[in-house]
Write a protein that binds this ligand. Structure first.
Ligand SMILES: NC(=O)c1ccc[n+]([C@@H]2O[C@H](COP(=O)([O-])OP(=O)(O)OC[C@H]3O[C@@H](n4cnc5c(N)ncnc54)[C@H](O)[C@@H]3O)[C@@H](O)[C@H]2O)c1
Ligand SMILES: O=C(O)C(=O)C[C@@H](O)[C@H](O)[C@H](O)COP(=O)(O)O
Ligand SMILES: [Zn+2]
Length: 355
């Protein structure tokens, strides 16, 4: 995958506490803090409690769920840090899924103009994607990740044992970002995902597959940390996926991020055929696979204008044009692809009617 210039140290371990020991030593006693969210606090914090006590690490717990990836929750973390005497040299440990690592990473990257943070991701999605690469942020104004920063954690500690308590839907949500990694860079990774038994998860094998996925992410982040160029590859499926996700925000059964990305990838694979010459049979094969795992979201023709409007907020856009990352073939990307409104509507119609 080539030399990575990623700033964070990525550590794979079965004993996060042992790894943490060495990191904590670099910081003054009483200046290390931990942020988590309710569900993870209940499920996984008990195993860390004596460690936290021993090292005088104080804890803040925010409310779980994507709808809490918002400014109020950031304020809670800022207040906690401020009241507990955090200074510029402090460390914040973020224990949780992508919602928490995005949120608390953002809080850390802005507190006193930025303090160190370390991620311990607890969902598949956060292990293969969200905790790595330094995109932090919150949703705002009905738009995904509208406010945020680029700041990499000092380290990411990955332990696949956390995944044993993940529900199947959240597992599949993370699996979608892995499929994205295979599609944009690694046919070999895609193949191992196609062969992965989702009904009977082999956690030992999974740890290795997670590593392959993270390597794809590291490659793009290492070469372009602030998404000026080829990091846009990692946004494949997200121009449309984020529009779907923002569209569903606040609805009762809001679909998980990875599901929206999977559906976004179906639309963007169609665009790849039309604009970049992706083989139609290849597109159909992957689309059918994605549909078999993720089903699909129901959209109406009347929704197309709103979805298009949401795409006009995508962060990759330039000069008023919607910017896509597309695939001329599996494992290769073309960034800065512009599709006209008519073609985007065609692609949405393809998605709406596909069985
Ligand atoms: N920064 C990035 O590069 C990046 C990349 C991909 C996604 N994201 C963001 O990540 C977020 C989605 O992350 P997510 O899918 O991890 O969601 P999440 O953090 O909301 O976690 C999903 C659910 O699993 C629960 N949970 C967490 N760890 C658990 C565990 N070990 N066992 C049981 N339950 C557990 C949570 O409480 C929550 O209910 C989105 O906001 C998305 O935009 C960011
Ligand atoms: O790391 C990246 O770069 C990505 O685009 C990874 C995406 O999976 C992730 O959802 C990211 O948060 C999207 O970022 P945004 O800039 O489109 O909000
Ligand atoms: Zn994503």
């Amino acid at each position: 995958m080539g030399n990575s210039k990623i700033y964070s140290k990525i550590i794979y371990t079965t004993s996060p506490e042992n790894e943490l020991n060495q990191w904590i030593d670099k910081y003054e006693k009483g200046k290390v803090f931990i942020a988590t969210e309710e569900n993870v606090d209940q499920l996984w914090m008990p195993q860390f409690n004596s460690f936290l006590d021993k090292h005088f690490i104080r804890k803040v717990v925010v409310t779980s769920g994507e709808k809490n990836k918002k400014l109020n929750s950031v304020t809670e973390i800022w207040e906690f840090l401020s009241k507990n005497g955090a200074d510029r040299k402090s460390l914040l440990i973020n224990l949780g899924g992508g919602m928490l690592t995005d949120l608390a990473g953002f809080a850390a990257s802005t507190f006193k103009r930025g303090i160190d943070f370390l991620n311990i991701p607890t969902t598949l999605l956060s292990q293969v994607d969200a905790s790595v690469g330094g995109k932090t942020g919150i949703n705002f104004n009905g738009l995904k990740n509208e406010i945020g920063t680029f700041k990499e954690p000092v380290a990411v500690i990955i332990n696949s044992r956390f995944l044993q308590t993940i529900d199947p839907e959240n597992f599949l949500s993370g699996f979608a970002e892995m499929i994205k990694h295979g599609l944009i860079k690694s046919p070999a990774h895609l193949e191992e995902l196609e062969n992965f038994n989702l009904k009977k998860i082999d956690y030992q094998n999974l740890q290795e597959i997670i590593r392959h996925s993270v390597e794809v992410k590291e490659y793009f982040v290492g070469h372009d940390p602030t998404e000026k160029n080829i990091r846009k590859a990692l946004n494949f499926g997200h121009t449309v996926g984020h529009a779907f996700e923002s569209f569903g925000m606040g609805q009762k059964n809001q679909a998980l991020h990875g599901y929206n990305v999977a559906w976004g990838m179906i639309v963007e694979l169609y665009l790849s055929v039309k604009e970049c010459g992706l083989d139609e049979m290849e597109c159909t094969k992957i689309t059918n696979w994605l549909l078999s795992i993720y089903g699909k979201m129901n959209i109406e023709k009347d929704d197309f204008e709103r979805l298009y409007e949401l795409m006009t907020h995508d962060k990759k856009n330039e000069a008023g044009r919607i910017n896509f990352t597309l695939l001329p073939e599996i494992g290769r990307i073309e960034i800065n692809q512009h599709c006209n409104k008519e073609l985007i509507f065609d692609a949405l119609e393809y998605f709406r009617t596909i069985q």
